[in-house]
Design a protein around this ligand. Structure first.
Ligand SMILES: *[C@@H]1O[C@H](CO)[C@@H](O)[C@H](O)[C@H]1NC(C)=O
Ligand SMILES: *[C@@H]1O[C@H](CO)[C@@H](O)[C@H](O)[C@H]1NC(C)=O
Ligand SMILES: *[C@@H]1O[C@H](CO)[C@@H](O)[C@H](O)[C@H]1NC(C)=O
Ligand SMILES: [Zn+2]
Length: 522
């Protein structure tokens, strides 16, 4: 025995190593250690939530299942790397085979706050159903790849033409192309990210991504296509345990209006109404469903145009204040304009709010960059209510403090960040650090349709395994997604009440999904 003669007071635990035996020292150290971990645990987002008996039982199952998965991966898959460290398109079907996925899919996850409309549900829908819509054409030039004369139109671009319109060269009726063996598979490949895209850099995958949006851009100007796709998307989210969705939708570009096949145009409020009518219709059979729109410009627009878009957004929101719930200007951050260039416009939002008598919460795509973190700073300082991605906020401790204090929700999209090659191993995704530091985090899937994810469950699976989330945190993530949603007072209360009921029901029934307690994957 050695008298070390030291004494520390750490986190309220006094550790004195004076006249004690080695065993006592060790016991004291263990006490200090667990007290330390407990204190740190109390900083986590969701730490104040208390679990009831049933939730505790679920939590034991969750902890042991995630633990077993990790053990198995460590043992079997080390050469292929850990699943959350592997490019999502390569492991998607493996994830779907796990019991954890089955359970998470049924878990009521609240709302999806960060979703781009035209990539919200599997683009297989376009290939399976969309091509059958009247007037649908696909740019499918015979033989050689797209000619230099029309470099703007990539092969696989969709468009609608009625019987009296001249169809430009290279566009063929979808009905004719559907006769060609292999056509659907080839088109789907052009619309989605593939496992081999892992080799691309972030800039290259963004370029591929941009081409997908060019291919589907005109498709989503057709009213019937939008109506049916919206219905399919909302059904998909409902089936995934998500009751609320907020879509980022462009209201501003000249090509962003909707057209019926006979040429009738819907712009602005008219366009918004096409969406909201579908939501109302669906609410008849799914009364708990809610969906909203975030008016979205584009971060490549010059500030003058952004100003016009912003004013226009206010005009539309004034007429549909409960359906338009915020403003954003998405786009690839590293090639777009810095948020600072829009400071003058964004500073005017408060004045415009007064003038129009409606709020326009800023829900800004910022901090989706490995190159610069200053957009995140500007987004928060300019008053954003929510930050899309914001994964580089960890570089700014004071900003994190501000976000925590003001309750700025972080829309974290783990799979998106991996697919777009901002990082590879989701274990080191900053979303985990945000949760640990008590930031209000929500999980979203961004453009799930492009990489074959559905709803939110794949992102919940990756986060749960990579970050070893417990039930309190899962509950906090789901709750946050409604708390920080664009739902208004009464709607929000209703949504939270419904979600709690669904949550309790899930807690009472999840065991039926787990046929064999020890089975982690098929
Ligand atoms: C998923 O499970 C099925 C058996 O139900 C199996 O045939 C298939 O190979 C599994 N897929 C993956 C990727 O693990
Ligand atoms: C086809 O569309 C054009 C303009 O988009 C419109 O003027 C024309 O009336 C439409 N024809 C039919 C048959 O619907
Ligand atoms: C907002 O309005 C106030 C009072 O009308 C004015 O002094 C201020 O310059 C305006 N701010 C911006 C950024 O337009
Ligand atoms: Zn996004």
């Amino acid at each position: 025995m050695m008298a070390l003669g030291w004494s520390v007071t750490f986190l309220g635990v006094c550790l004195t190593a004076g006249q004690v035996t080695g065993d006592d020292e060790l016991a004291a150290y263990h006490k200090l250690r667990s007290s330390f971990l407990q204190k740190e645990d109390m900083l986590m987002n969701g730490a104040s939530l208390r679990l009831n008996k049933v939730e505790e039982e679920f939590d034991r199952w969750l902890t042991s299942t995630v633990g077993s998965l990790i053990q198995q991966y460590k043992k079997e898959r080390l050469q292929e790397r850990f699943v959350p460290a592997t490019y999502f398109p390569k492991v998607r079907s493996h994830i779907e085979n796990t019991t954890l996925y089955k359970v998470l899919r049924k878990m009521p996850k609240g709302g999806a706050l960060h979703i781009h409309f035209s990539s919200a549900t599997s683009l297989e829908w376009i290939v399976d159903k969309g091509l059958l819509l009247p007037g649908c054409h696909v740019y499918w030039p015979a033989g050689s790849p797209p000619s230099a004369a029309s470099p703007k139109v990539p092969k696989g671009a969709l468009a609608f033409f009625n019987a009296s319109q001249a169809v430009p060269d290279g566009y063929l009726p979808a009905s004719q192309l559907l006769q060609k063996p292999g056509f659907q598979a080839e088109l789907l490949k052009l619309l989605t990210v593939q496992p081999e895209d892992e080799q691309l850099t972030s800039a290259e995958i963004w370029a591929k991504f941009a081409d997908v949006f060019v291919r589907t851009g005109h498709f989503f100007t057709n009213t019937a296509a939008v109506q049916q796709y919206l219905r399919a998307t909302l059904e998909d989210f409902l089936a995934d345990g998500v009751s609320h969705v907020e879509f980022r939708i462009d209201l501003f570009h000249d090509q962003a209006h909707l057209y019926d096949l006979d040429g009738r145009e819907h712009r602005g409020v008219d366009k918004v109404d096409v969406y909201s009518r579908i939501v109302s219709e669906m609410q008849k059979s799914a009364p708990h469903l809610t969906a909203k729109m975030i008016a979205s410009s584009f971060r490549m627009r010059p500030p003058e145009d952004m100003e016009k878009d912003l004013t226009y957004a206010f005009e539309v929101k004034k007429q549909r204040p409960d359906f338009i719930v915020g403003w954003d200007a998405p786009g690839e951050e590293d090639i777009g304009r810095p948020t600072l260039e829009y400071a003058a416009q964004l500073l005017r939002v408060q004045n415009l709010s007064k003038a129009y008598g409606v709020d326009m919460p800023l829900m800004l795509h910022d901090g989706e960059s490995d190159w610069s973190t200053l957009n995140t700073v500007d987004a928060v300082l300019l008053g954003a209510k929510r930050i899309g991605h914001g994964f580089n906020i960890l570089s700014h401790p004071l900003l994190m403090e501000e976000v925590r204090k003001r309750g700025v929700a972080m829309e974290v999209c783990p799979i998106s960040n991996q697919v777009l090659r901002y990082l590879t191993d989701l274990r080191i995704h900053p979303g985990a650090r945000m949760i640990e530091n008590g930031l209000p985090v929500t999980l979203s899937s961004d453009d799930p349709g492009i990489w074959g994810a559905r709803g939110l469950s794949h992102d919940f699976w990756e986060a749960t395994v990579a970050w070893q989330l417990n039930t309190r945190t899962l509950k906090a993530l789901a709750r946050n997604s409604l708390e920080y949603s664009g739902l208004t007072g009464a709607e929000k209360e209703g949504a939270l009440r419904n979600w709690e009921k669904d949550w309790d029901h899930f807690m009472a029934t999840w065991k039926s999904l787990v046929s064999d307690e020890h089975q982690v994957y098929v």
